[in-house]
Design a protein around this ligand. Structure first.
Ligand code: RB5
Length: 147
């Protein structure tokens, strides 16, 4: 699979680990910034990865910022993107099985390199269950009235 990867200046601490982990699984990482460790704005990179996944340019995405929170909020503004901020392996796995999550977000100030790689392994290797109740609920995310 092609995996879109993006982060801000805080998340860049995990960038090399994440790229290597993705390659080791036999996938192709596509890095979308930020360019370096200078202070920058996470919405830009959350949005870039979300758009790459939504358009089909990439199959799934991985985002990093300090907590994983801000960049996941930005990604989730794109309809069809289901980005989950994970710091435990069970959530990474279940977000695929139950929620068909297509982007994972990781906090570089929360999660160490070993766990980050374990999260990515669980996320990229777990298929969606295709359970009818899960499909119905995922469809409801976009179909329930906003007001
Ligand atoms: C940057 O200092 C930090 O606020 C950002 O990486 C992220 O944690 C926001 O949610």
């Amino acid at each position: 699979m092609k995996i879109a990867i993006g982060c801000d200046h805080a998340g860049i601490l995990l960038k090399d680990t994440v790229m290597e982990c993705v390659r080791a699984m036999g996938h192709e990482p596509v890095y979308m910034g930020c360019p370096d460790a200078n202070s920058c704005d996470y919405p830009i990179y959350g949005r870039a990865v979300a758009k790459a996944v939504k358009s089909g340019q990439c199959d799934m995405g991985i985002l990093m910022c300090g907590t994983g929170c801000g960049i996941s909020l930005a990604a989730n503004r794109i309809p069809g993107i289901r980005c989950v901020n994970c710091s435990d392996v069970a959530t990474a796995r279940l977000s695929r099985e139950h929620n068909d999550a297509n982007v994972i977000s990781i906090g570089s100030r929360i999660v160490g390199t070993e766990l980050a790689c374990d999260l990515i392994k669980a996320f990229l290797s777990t298929p969606f269950s295709n359970g009818p109740r899960h499909i119905k609920r995922i469809e409801m995310i976009d179909s329930l009235p906003l007001e």
